[in-house]
Write a protein that binds this ligand. Structure first.
Ligand code: NOJ
Length: 579
């Protein structure tokens, strides 16, 4: 499909310049002492969110769910998970946001449902049920010894085979995540219509302002199901992302979703786009003339250091790789009509200070402010995740594996345990990887104050509160002008004051080979800013690029050093306007 090159990525839109704040309902704020966050808890904190400078809230799944994958396994799109509240609470939340001029988007999880969804229950009830074809059912294969085998060798994203055997009807069904998350068959038109009505129009008509769309490139699989090439000879199950991401009908499905539903509302869409490293492929999702999605979360930067075959087989990463990905995804919209996103955290990522800054007490706050400067000066829509604004960090190394709750972490740990016969060294390595990159770190409850359980709940929290709550919490930071929270407020305001330059301006990487500092220019017409960031614990000297020669006015900084000095302190961040 030819793309019409134009410069409309500088067209102003609310969803481009709005700052988005993600809420993970189970861990945000508990209002009734049952240990689980809930919708009334969120409502009670809307003024706090507003004060931060947030324009759009993204609410992770709150729908009815058995919670095998924390709500990404939905059993009823039009109902609310009991401990979170009711549909009326959700309506009140929408109104509460709108009253404060905050928009609110929901998570749209339609690659799969829960196995407890009525659609799947019907589908699995018999081979002739009218909904049989709503999911992917296939007969078994048999190996030479006559052993029953799944239809193909795909590995699920959470480990093990992507196929689950069903005793009642003697067939396998496809599940790219857990067995409790069967994949919907998007090839079936009735399925698509049901999704549009049931999961989308229902909430849009109640006033929701758009969707974050879960695994938005997995709906179209390469059919018929063929074996993936063997990349891990130690396993029967193989990485098959090439066969289930960006399949042949993907663009068509999204065009249909857009023309049938989204285009009838003034809403925003942001799709989660795993395993898509090619800018041309990404542009086809986000080019405004292609009418599919407004933007996507491209994953290169946040998966830096993950193992190729297995996330937890972590590798070393360096600032040059970081810069290369940053440059690629900041610049990929230059000269076309696409749009991009900025994020380092979400509910699937460990905490950014622990990963990209330092959670060493000496550098925690300064590196958190450096990362805030970084994010608030980049081009695209800015997303931040609950707790990021107070500099929350990963759970400590001392936490035993029993404190981790996420199905992905536990599946990996149990796999290592089983496959190594509980080898101590292997288990300790697995534990370290989990401490570094597990999703659990973003899911520990928000630390509101220094009282018991960080003020998150008066009951027993569903997940242990990070031990740091006594010194990292909202209450302490709210009125401290030197806190990470105050810095985030200031940096967001700064971004808004210079939105032409910071939100829409062109990103130009400088000093690309420097392994310690990150330097870039933002340029918009005759406006120019220089951003210099020290990514290390040591002092560094920075070079002013020739494009920045002129009068340099220091307009944002995370430390007290002189604006003249070319010496940056540890994790120092500075933004100069160039005149
Ligand atoms: C991506 C979501 O962000 C993640 O939390 C979830 O486990 C998978 N998709 C499956 O829905």
């Amino acid at each position: 499909m030819p793309l019409i090159p134009n410069t409309s990525n500088t067209d102003k839109r609310w969803w481009k310049e709005g700052v988005v704040y993600q809420i993970y309902p189970s861990s945000f704020k508990d209002s009734n002492g049952d240990g689980m966050g809930d919708i009334p808890g969120i409502i009670s904190k809307l003024d706090y969110i507003k004060d931060l400078g947030v324009d759009i809230v993204w609410l992770s799944p709150f729908y009815a769910s058995p919670q095998v994958d924390m709500g990404y396994d939905i059993s009823d799109y039009q109902d609310v998970y009991g401990p979170y509240g009711t549909v009326d609470d959700v309506k009140e939340l929408i109104q509460g946001c709108h009253k404060r001029n905050i928009r609110i988007i929901f998570d749209l999880v339609v690659n799969h449902t829960s196995d407890q969804h009525a659609w799947f229950k019907e589908s699995r009830s018999s081979k002739v049920n009218p909904k049989r074809d709503w999911y992917y059912w296939r007969p078994a294969k048999y190996d030479e010894q006559g052993n029953r085998m799944p239809p193909c060798n795909w590995r699920s994203c959470f480990g093990g085979s992507a196929w689950t055997w069903d005793e009642t009807t003697q067939e396998y069904y496809l599940n790219l995540f857990t067995p409790e998350q069967p994949d919907l068959n998007w090839e079936n038109e009735d399925v698509r219509k049901a999704i549009y009505d049931n999961a989308m129009r229902f909430w849009l008509d109640l006033g929701v302002d758009g969707f974050r769309i879960d695994v938005v490139n997995m709906y179209s699989k390469h059919l018929p199901f063929a074996d993936a090439p063997i990349t891990d000879s130690s396993s029967a199950w193989q990485l098959a992302v090439e066969l289930f991401c960006n399949g042949p009908r993907m663009y068509e499905f999204l065009e249909e979703m857009n023309s049938s539903v989204l285009s009838h509302y003034d809403v925003m869409t942001v799709g989660e786009l795993p395993c898509t490293p090619e800018p041309e492929a990404v542009l086809r999702y986000v080019s405004s003339s292609a009418k599919k999605l407004n933007m996507v979360f491209q994953m290169d930067l946040v998966t830096l250091g993950f193992g190729k075959n297995e996330k937890f087989e972590t590798t070393e990463w360096n600032l040059l790789q970081f810069k290369a990905f940053l440059d690629k995804w900041q610049c990929f919209i230059n000269g076309n009509d696409g749009w991009t996103t900025i994020f380092l955290e979400n509910h699937d990522q460990a905490r950014s200070i622990s990963r990209f800054g330092s959670d060493d007490p000496a550098f925690r706050e300064i590196s958190g402010k450096m990362l805030a400067t970084f994010l608030c000066t980049l081009t695209g829509t800015l997303f931040l995740y609950q707790g990021q604004e107070i500099g929350m960090i990963n759970a400590p190394k001392s936490w035993p594996i029993e404190e981790y709750k996420d199905v992905e972490s536990l599946n990996f740990y149990n796999h290592v345990k089983k496959s190594t016969n509980s080898d101590e060294k292997a288990l300790s390595k697995a534990h370290s990887a989990i401490q570094a990159v597990a999703r659990d770190h973003s899911r520990t409850p928000v630390q509101w104050d220094s009282s018991q359980h960080g003020g998150f709940t008066t009951g027993q929290p569903w997940m242990r509160v990070n031990d740091s709550f006594s010194y990292i919490n909202v209450r302490d930071q709210e009125h401290d002008e030197n806190s990470v929270l105050s810095f985030w407020r200031k940096a967001i305001e700064f971004r808004k004051n210079y939105k032409e330059l910071l939100v829409y301006g062109e990103f130009q990487l400088c000093d690309a080979e420097n392994t310690k500092t990150l330097t870039y220019l933002k340029v918009h017409n005759d406006q120019k800013a220089l951003v210099v960031l020290n990514f290390t614990k040591e002092e560094q000297t920075f070079m002013v690029p020739k494009e920045a020669h002129g009068q340099m006015d220091l307009v944002l900084s995370n430390s007290k050093t002189s604006s003249e000095s070319k010496q940056l302190g540890p994790f120092e961040a500075r933004v100069y306007l160039i005149n």
